[in-house]
Design a protein around this ligand. Structure first.
Ligand code: ADE
Length: 251
């Protein structure tokens, strides 16, 4: 059976799943990235750390598809909340993704990928249904056990929610409320912002491979974002992606 491709941008997240793969995982180094081929819960998987940004994510997605023949691509990582109800500690599952920094006007409409005739790329409905159940179970059952009450209180993640809808990606860390507001005005459906998802979704569209993008909200894409992002990354991020993807693979 074809393996599941799992991408993350941050080392912490991949490390936890990698440990679960055990010492039998095989490492393949391609284009300065390490791809770990092995099994998680008895299912063949390829795990890779893509690094940050759309180019890195696109190159990694192509390699997963062409070199490893993955059956689907899952991306897990952090994001900045844009829509009002999207709070730190919440999870966002992308239904569609758009590149907020793509602008080839006047040759093509704003946000449209030139010569591909579209701005938005959909994720796979079947994967999303399974992942949504995994997220709900994770938030209700695992998270309260893994993150102590004081840490939850400090990050304000007492009752984290799942949101499904649009994610905007671009090669920019958004750390100013003014920039967030402009993004929300230009792309009103945006739930959260990150730096890779739409690139992965475009590549998967081009190859006809199902994909899913799962994001934990680490900050509100405002002036506090750099500090919030780092704290969340170091203290809680790994629980989310390893917990949710672990459940998905065991499902
Ligand atoms: N990933 C997590 N927080 C982000 C932000 N504020 N901007 C872009 N990517 C992010």
């Amino acid at each position: 059976t074809a393996p599941i491709g799992i991408l993350a941008a941050l080392h912490d997240e991949i490390a936890d799943l990698l440990t679960r793969m055990g010492p039998s995982a095989e490492r393949h180094t391609i284009g300065m990235r390490d791809y770990y081929v092995g099994k998680l819960s008895g299912r063949p998987c390829v795990l890779v750390l893509a690094r940050v940004g759309k180019v890195a994510a696109a190159a990694t997605a192509v390699t997963l598809i062409r070199e490893f023949g993955v059956s689907c691509v899952l991306f897990a990582g952090l994001a900045g909340g844009i829509a009002p109800g999207v709070r730190v500690g919440d999870v966002v599952l992308a239904e569609t993704l758009v590149q907020h920094d793509l602008d080839a006007r006047p040759l093509f409409p704003r946000f449209e990928v030139p010569l591909l005739g579209r701005a938005k790329f959909a994720t796979d409905a079947g994967l999303n249904e399974v992942l949504a159940r995994c997220v709900a179970d994770f938030l209700a059952l695992d998270l309260p056990r893994q993150v102590d009450a004081a840490t939850q209180e400090r990050f304000g993640i007492a009752a984290p929610a799942l949101h499904r809808g649009e994610i905007a990606s671009g090669d920019q860390f958004i750390g100013a409320a003014e920039v967030s507001r402009r993004l929300a005005a230009d792309l009103p459906a945006t739930l959260c912002v990150e730096m890779e998802g739409a690139a992965v979704a475009q590549v998967c569209h081009e190859y006809g491979v199902p994909c899913a993008v799962l994001r934990t909200v680490s900050d509100r894409a405002d002036a506090a974002a750099p500090v919030d992002f780092k704290a969340f990354l170091h203290e809680v991020a790994s629980f989310y992606s390893a917990g949710i993807i672990g459940r998905f693979i065991a499902a």
